[in-house]
Design a protein around this ligand. Structure first.
Ligand SMILES: CSC[C@@H](O)[C@@H](O)C(=O)COP(=O)(O)O
Length: 342
């Protein structure tokens, strides 16, 4: 099942807000609809946000029917709009930069040629992402011994990417090699990507999964029920500090205390070499109602003040390794990530 696909000038997004109860696609004909879908978590996960935004740019070029002099202005407006959707996942800006380059290179050939080249680039990004995740999964799998039980948070799987997943890609490869005993999935409040998406995705593939609420991770480790933690990333600074779904830092601290390995799995496009440390990573704050409600149902006093950062930053010293498509970076990350970048 594809998370995103293009058909005859329309972009179809697998609506992740409706999963697991309903499997449906949202059809987008305008870049504005794509931007809103990214904001609303219809599509989410750093790599998928990037590729979806790339398709959004292609959509704008394909759908443009205004006078020629307005084309450049409209395309700049769309680039800016898509860039404004979610600030933390650096793959968004990475993908838009790639699209900007293609746009600039083909602009002189006319609007139709630009539109064709932009769509081709988005399709290439989609295919590359799947291959990247498979490579990452295979590097990551080698880090674990047979009968391994792993803990993960949020959804860093097929649903967060164009297929196979990052953290769940590593888990898929462990399963394929017959090494995986169990995955524990944190439910991941406030919007339950773990309970709704990770559990659904793993069940679809027959991968053994046990759901826990986020506050059960400590006792799970204390009772020696897990051998390690694998998570995805939204942005990794040059020194390895990693922004990922809120709650990731808590797991890293717990893993450290219990002497368990803590791995981040992410493509090199998630590493932001322009930032020297995680302190510089912009963190998205989301709608307070995500915390005041569960699946739309109020659970607290209306209008209670809420703290709702979507991501936290795990300092590099709590990370055992960063699994990428080019290999596994080990501490110190400044040098190992730079070496993988080449
Ligand atoms: C392969 S996805 C990596 C991260 O983007 C993922 O772990 C995550 O935090 C997603 O957050 P979300 O808010 O659902 O977009």
């Amino acid at each position: 099942m594809k998370t995103v696909y293009w058909q005859e000038g329309v972009l179809y997004l697998l609506d992740q807000t409706a999963l697991p109860g309903t499997v449906r696609y949202q059809a987008c004909r305008e870049a504005e609809e794509v931007a809103q879908a990214i904001r609303d978590l219809v599509v989410r996960g750093a790599p998928l946000i990037g590729v979806t935004a790339a398709y959004g740019v292609a959509l704008a070029a394909w759908g443009f029917d205004g006078p020629e002099p307005d084309f450049d202005r409209r395309m700049q407006e769309v680039f800016d709009l898509l860039a404004s959707t979610r600030p933390t996942a650096v793959n968004l800006f990475w993908a838009l930069n790639r699209m900007k380059k293609v746009y600039t290179e083909h602009r002189a050939q006319g609007r139709e040629q630009v539109a064709v080249a932009l769509l081709q680039e988005a399709e290439e990004m989609f295919a590359e992402d799947v291959a990247t995740n498979q490579a990452m999964g295979d590097f990551g799998e080698k880090l674990f011994a047979p009968r391994v039980t792993l803990l993960t948070v949020c959804n860093a799987g097929s649903l967060a990417t164009c297929g196979y997943g990052t953290a769940l890609g590593v888990i898929r490869s462990c399963h394929r090699e017959g090494k995986l005993a169990m995955v524990y999935a944190c439910e991941t409040r406030p919007v339950l990507q773990g309970a709704r998406l990770t559990v659904w995705e793993l069940c679809q593939d027959g991968i053994p999964v046990t759901l826990i609420t986020d506050n059960m991770a400590g006792t799970l480790m204390q009772q020696s029920k897990v051998d390690g933690v694998v998570v995805g990333a939204d942005r990794i600074a040059a020194n390895g500090d990693t922004a990922n779904k809120i709650g990731t830092y808590m797991l890293a601290v717990l893993a450290h205390y219990h002497g368990l390995p803590f791995y981040v799995a992410a493509p090199m496009s998630t590493v932001d070499f322009s930032l020297s440390s995680g302190k510089e990573i912009p963190i998205e704050n989301r709608d307070p109602d995500e915390v005041r409600k569960v699946m739309g149902t109020p659970i607290t006093v209306p209008d209670v003040p809420v703290f709702n950062p979507a991501f936290d930053v795990t300092p590099n010293r709590l990370i055992s390794g960063i699994i990428t498509e080019k290999g596994v970076a080990l501490p110190p990350f400044d040098s190992s990530l730079a070496a993988l970048r080449g």
